[in-house]
Write a protein that binds this ligand. Structure first.
Ligand code: TYD
Ligand code: MG
Length: 463
């Protein structure tokens, strides 16, 4: 049962009740009641009908006259992180760092605090998950900077707030927001009500004392109901740290950023001494590209940065109906569409084959420009013919595939090409080109692009 200062509000219709119930009494939806603290309704609050009319009118100011203080950003000393943040941490901002367990959130935020401490900033690491000794053990792997960071192990929200007010840090990590619990509330730590209450209170204090906060949050594969998703609208910046735990590559991307672009992606590698920035991911991925049947290099754009990645496919006959379609690193629906277009427009019909597609290195590609590379890799796997030339140089391509089998242009063709040229992967097969770019072999349709890619092989074989 809720204490008298809290109540349960339906997230779908707003109905409020004193008791938690599985089904909302207002709209009949299930599992929508969330505990909330009752605001103290003072006699003069607008809600009580008192002050709204008595208040003095505010004077709107034209945006161009709004003063814009130039606040220097806090540089975390981790180039990739600073870039994704839009040029460093903004003082007083709240950054939510989401990611599945074991991906390296504590490592990355710990390194950032260590670097900030080394530049003379006040820092604080609040650990709600691990003991101080465990945090120290990790810091020891990260080096001297990380060991200088002051730590508290605390899960009581009130105690954390008091510590923030007493220590006045410039930057702080709350690891994790799901472990914090407010005393006035009955929900278990990690429940939507608790997480939101804790985040709101921390946000309020952080803005007041001008402390930049990393809120660490776990997300499950499904995006977790009680997870940090409920916080996305509260915080200034949402970063998602992704990758496969067994692989060493990790990508950091911004889903929301009030102080910068959301298209930037940082690439890291987990090593024995912490996370290492991968400054030239293309070199790594092209170097590892196998050039075997089913492998194709994609000229992708990750934010403002062109990146060459290897797309791999495996096509295997199966008796299972419906056959399996497994996509790692590309969208599953996109894969289904590409298979359908292939079947209709010049590619093989794969209705009795399992198809697996994977972007090597655990990278996730979220753009339609990847379509052509996925199609190429699948056809190459199906035919058992490599796309690489006799010297083993892999073939590179990019372009969106339309439902009528046409190839469509995608943004930044010039920068994609420049990256491929840098690694000698020319000519690049791509969509029609309006800018007369060098080294681009343009094709109007998927059929003609496939024809060109595999005809070259056939010619070579004949010669
Ligand atoms: P961690 O930051 O604790 O993950 P999270 O906070 O997201 O749950 O680190 C995850 C993994 O990284 C852990 O299994 C061990 C590994 N690791 C290294 O390989 N090298 C290192 O230097 C560190 C600190 C961790
Ligand atoms: Mg952790």
């Amino acid at each position: 049962m809720a204490r008298s200062d809290s109540h349960f509000v339906c997230q779908s219709c707003g109905h409020s009740s004193l008791r938690w119930a599985g089904q909302c009494g207002g709209c009949g939806e299930w599992n929508t009641l969330v505990e909330q603290r009752r605001p103290e309704i003072a006699a003069n609050s607008p809600r009580a009908g008192g002050r709204a009319r008595a208040g003095t009118a505010a004077r709107p100011v034209a945006l161009r006259d709004v003063s814009q203080p130039a606040v220097p950003r806090l540089l975390t000393g981790i180039g990739e992180l600073d870039r994704v943040l839009g040029g460093g941490l903004v003082p007083g901002s709240i950054v939510l760092m989401g990611g599945s367990p074991g991906i390296g959130k504590s490592t990355l935020t710990g390194m950032a605090l260590g670097n900030l401490a080394a530049t003379g900033r006040r820092t604080l690491y609040v650990s709600g998950e691990e003991s101080a000794a465990q945090v120290r053990m990790r810091a020891a792997r990260l080096g001297d900077h990380a060991l200088a960071v002051p730590v508290i192990t605390e899960t009581s929200l009130e105690a954390v707030l008091a510590t923030l007010e007493a220590e006045l840090p410039d930057a702080c990590v709350i690891d994790s927001i799901q472990t914090m619990h407010a005393e006035g509330m009955t929900g278990a730590p990690g429940s939507v009500g608790q997480v939101r209450e804790a985040a709101t209170a921390i946000l309020e204090v952080a803005k007041r004392i001008d402390c930049a906060v990393f809120l660490v949050g776990h997300v499950t594969k499904e995006g977790a109901v009680a997870g940090p998703r409920v916080l996305e609208h509260l915080v200034d910046c949402v970063l998602l740290f992704e990758g496969e735990r067994e692989r060493s590559f990790r990508t950091l991307r911004a889903l929301k950023n009030r102080f910068g672009a959301t298209s930037e992606v940082g690439v890291f590698e987990m090593r024995g001494g912490g996370l290492v920035e991968v400054e030239d991911p293309s070199a790594r991925f092209v170097g590892e590209a196998s050039g075997a049947p089913g492998s194709c290099v994609l000229c992708s754009m990750e934010g403002t940065r062109p990146m060459l990645v290897e797309v791999q496919a495996l096509v295997a006959p199966t008796e299972i109906v419906p056959p399996r379609r497994v996509a790692n690193g590309v969208d599953r629906n996109r894969l289904a569409m590409i298979l359908a277009v292939l079947a209709r427009h010049g590619g093989p019909g794969l209705s009795s084959a399992d198809v697996f597609v994977n972007v090597a290195g655990g990278v996730r590609i979220d753009e339609p420009g990847a379509d052509l590379a996925v199609a190429m890799a699948i056809v190459s796997a199906h035919k058992g013919e490599p796309l690489a030339d006799p010297e083993g140089r892999p073939m590179a391509c990019f372009g969106e595939v339309g439902l009528t089998g046409e190839l469509r242009s995608v943004g930044h063709a010039d920068r994609r090409l420049a990256e491929a040229i840098k690694f000698g992967l020319t000519p690049v097969i791509g969509p029609p080109d309006t800018e007369r770019l060098v080294a681009l072999a343009s094709h109007k349709t998927l059929r003609s692009a496939l024809g060109a890619a595999f005809a070259k092989r056939a010619q070579r074989r004949a010669a």
